[in-house]
Design a protein around this ligand. Structure first.
Ligand SMILES: O=P(O)(O)O[C@H]1O[C@H](CO)[C@@H](O)[C@H]1O
Ligand SMILES: O=c1cc[nH]c(=O)[nH]1
Length: 229
């Protein structure tokens, strides 16, 4: 597999799947690389933590002509049958964060582009990767005094998992006519320890890494497949 050892973090790990990797910009939490996957030129950008920085990245990528964005991220499970390393393909997201509120009232839904969503589902099946498709919840904080009650509330309503960026990505995508979708890897099981889960991946270390490799491959294969149609 071609390698790009100088680029740190998730973007560097995406770079391991690409040929001809070049870092084209790096400032604060935002690092952008380009490379090609099976002959298709792709770009990967780290968007930091939370909707606010994601929103800035998406808007600036749009200004340079990007039209299709797939989030490759992690999440905490809200349902007991989800294990570390399981993939979730969100069919929509609860808007429990402030960034999408800055754009439009909550009546406006956070939904992925239907063609991109369909592409991800078909490709996941073709690759044989187990996944769940359903609703997730995007939030702004881990450490309020109400986290356990909030998680219970949404878990009882069937929400699969929590992340921080899927909803703002989908709302901004809808409003700006971008094709967006999200892809999440479970790094914390329901009722699990948040700190252990996301900082060290303690018990599920290998499973989380495998889940991440799968979501990177799934995103890239989906882009490749859609361009063949
Ligand atoms: O793995 P990423 O994409 O950063 O996603 C999740 O991890 C971060 C929290 O540790 C938040 O950004 C959350 O959405
Ligand atoms: O529990 C978690 C793990 C990752 N990201 C989240 O938003 N929550």
């Amino acid at each position: 597999m071609p390698c790009c050892p100088a680029i740190r973090g998730g973007v560097g790990r995406i770079g391991q799947f690409l040929e001809g990797v070049r870092e084209i910009a790096s400032n604060r939490e935002f690092t952008t690389i380009t490379g090609s996957y099976r002959g298709v030129k792709v770009m990967a950008t780290s968007t930091g933590i939370g909707g606010a920085s994601l929103g800035i990245a998406v808007e600036e990528l749009r200004r340079i002509g990007v039209t299709t964005l797939i989030r490759i991220g992690s999440c905490g499970a809200l349902q007991n049958d989800l294990r570390v390393g399981d993939l979730i393909i969100p069919s929509g997201a609860v808007r429990n964060e402030g960034t999408s509120d800055a754009y439009i009232a909550r009546d406006y839904p956070a939904l992925p582009d239907p063609l991109l969503l369909t592409g991800l589902l078909q490709t996941a099946r073709r690759l044989g990767y187990p996944f769940q498709c359903g609703l997730v919840r995007s939030h702004d904080s881990f450490y309020t005094d109400r986290e356990a009650a909030i998680d219970r509330y949404w878990a009882e309503r069937g929400i699969l998992a929590s992340d921080m960026e899927s909803a703002p990505l989908m709302v901004i995508g809808g409003l700006r006519k971008l094709r967006t979708a999200s892809l999440l890897n479970v790094v914390v099981e329901a009722e699990g320890s948040l700190e252990n889960g996301i900082n060290q991946y303690v018990d599920g270390r290998d499973a989380a890494a495998l889940g991440e490799e799968r979501e990177i491959r799934l995103a890239l294969e989906t882009i490749f497949s859609l361009l063949q149609e």
